[in-house]
Design a protein around this ligand. Sequence first.
Ligand SMILES: C[S@@+](CC[C@H](N)C(=O)[O-])C[C@H]1O[C@@H](n2cnc3c(N)ncnc32)[C@H](O)[C@@H]1O
Length: 349
Amino acid sequence: METSTQICVGVTFNILSNDSILGKGFYQLTQSKVLKSGEFHFPVFVDEVVNSLVINPDGIYLDATVGGGGHSKAILQRLSPKGRVIGIDLDDEALEYAKQGLREFQNQVILRKGNFKFLREILEAEGIDSVDGVLFDLGVSSHQLDTDYRGFSYLRDGPLDMRMNREQKKGAFHVVNSYSFSELKRIFLQYGEERHAAKIARAIIHARTRQQIDSTLKLAEVIRSCIPASYVNKTLSRIFQAIRIEVNEELTNLRLALEEAVEVLKPAGRLVVISYHSLEDRIVKIFFRENSKIPTSLTGLPIDEYDSKSNQQRIRLKLITKKPITPSDEQKRYNIRIRSAKMRICERL
Ligand SMILES: C[S@@+](CC[C@H](N)C(=O)[O-])C[C@H]1O[C@@H](n2cnc3c(N)ncnc32)[C@H](O)[C@@H]1O
């Protein structure tokens, strides 16, 4: 097995170039662009985001997942000196990094710690009641995934944590060590779409009667011990994803936040969402569809009623992308995280 040493987010570590141990994605990462020291996250679809979001250079834009500030910076570069960006994140480390990276725009940026499900309240606290565009770049940042003490990755030894907001009480340790068999099975099925859900839940319950499962690698070992070797990498990422979604209530937050985003958008304002797995994308797709057409329960009505003002008012969005934007081969080569990304755009009516 070959090893290579690379610098990632200020930390030197060894990357094992063995597909079967680290998974294909990680192996490819060693061959494509890698984070250099001090880099936080490679934003995806940057041009696509800026081109579709910035409809008014003097406008106000909400980056609901500011992360390392990559998208925010690109948006600010497109704005006039009058334009502004409000950046929200749950993660203090992200906000600190974004603050440094966006220093040159300090008079045009407001960064706030908060959950995007409360985005209206966060904007109101800044005296803003409507915006020209809202961006959600969902999921985790490269920094969160690549930092061992955050406990997001089955490839790195760290505490079972996975909290985006490190002030939150519930972390992955609680889920793994306290949830019942049926609760674990439910989240593995619902959030991981994992067919070995019951087997893995049972193995966790069994393992933790002997000793608490308190690290990412111990959890990975329990999972490895009960499933066929050929499924290991996919299963590990599904189970870790499921626990992460549960810890951070990601799907509930997304549903609530989309509703809030539509409420704060000005007419012709744009809503852009980038998702990284089918559960998120399904929520976005259905939300966009439901808000861009008359509810199916009403479409059987006579034309007068069908066209009545109140029914028309239910339509709040116009779809800009009928099908999601997906990465080109070139983009996939350049940025490993983009492989599963889907971007959907709509416009406020
Ligand atoms: C993919 S990263 C965003 C990267 C960013 N676009 C950039 O250019 O660096 C997703 C970010 O969303 C944040 N996040 C996830 N759920 C959130 C929520 N409910 N409220 C606020 N931020 C959230 C995460 O902490 C993470 O920093």
